[in-house]
Design a protein. Structure first.
Length: 214
């Protein structure tokens, strides 16, 4: 893993199209038979009014169809690969014995504490969090397995987002800590790696003696 960081729904129309209707004229005195030219003008005006009304009705139907056919906003799934930043560890029914040596990054669990941590190492030693350690995994983001490789910059930004979402316990104030990000390379992505990790680390080494998660 390298160290370091939906579908837009068009807005619904604010209101259906409205067509104006001409105001009826007040009563007038009977007039003599109009010349042929004037009768044609009146006939043309009535046709125009009919067309305007028809367009208004059609426009309203189109707006209604679009409104009814618009898709609802996408919602998050409980699937860990659906794009949710995980910040709270899930306890195992039977926790593994610690320390565990030679643990590979895909097997890191949220909340794990690491002795002599190197974010670029292919294997690490996981220890009990009340034992001296230099890092802890505090947030994880998982891309869906079907996603295409988003690129280094997008992954780095997502890792930063994960670190910003991390929730640390008061114990974190007892140490000088830094955030350390890790995310897939193009090669590891092709091998199925979809995880973005955020760690807290201590530059001074194995000086942390407690979990920094609530």
């Amino acid at each position: 893993m390298d160290s370091q960081e939906q579908r837009r729904i068009p807005p619904r129309p604010a209101a259906p199209p409205a067509a104006g209707f001409p105001k009826a004229a007040g009563p007038v005195a009977p007039a003599a038979d109009p010349p042929v030219k004037q009768r044609r003008a009146v006939s043309t005006l009535l046709k125009a009014v009919f067309v305007v009304v028809l367009l208004g009705v059609v426009g309203g139907l189109v707006w209604l169809a679009n409104w009814l056919g618009s898709e609802p906003p996408a919602t998050s799934s409980s699937d860990p690969g659906s794009g949710i930043v995980e910040t709270s560890p899930t306890p195992l029914a039977t926790p593994p014995a610690l320390p565990r040596e030679g643990v590979t990054p895909p097997d890191y669990r949220l909340g794990d504490c690491f002795k002599d941590f190197d974010p670029e190492a292919l294997r690490s030693t996981v220890v009990a969090c009340d034992a001296p350690h230099s890092a802890q995994l505090v947030a994880v983001y998982r891309y869906p397995g079907s996603d295409l490789y988003p690129g280094r910059e997008a992954l780095a930004a997502k890792a930063l987002e994960a670190c910003q979402a991390a929730k640390l316990a008061p114990a974190a104030n007892d140490y000088t800590l830094n955030f350390q990000r890790a995310y897939p390379s193009g090669t590891s992505w092709d091998s199925g790696d979809r995880r973005v990790d955020c760690y807290v680390t201590a530059d001074a080494g194995n000086v942390i003696n407690a979990s920094v998660l609530p």
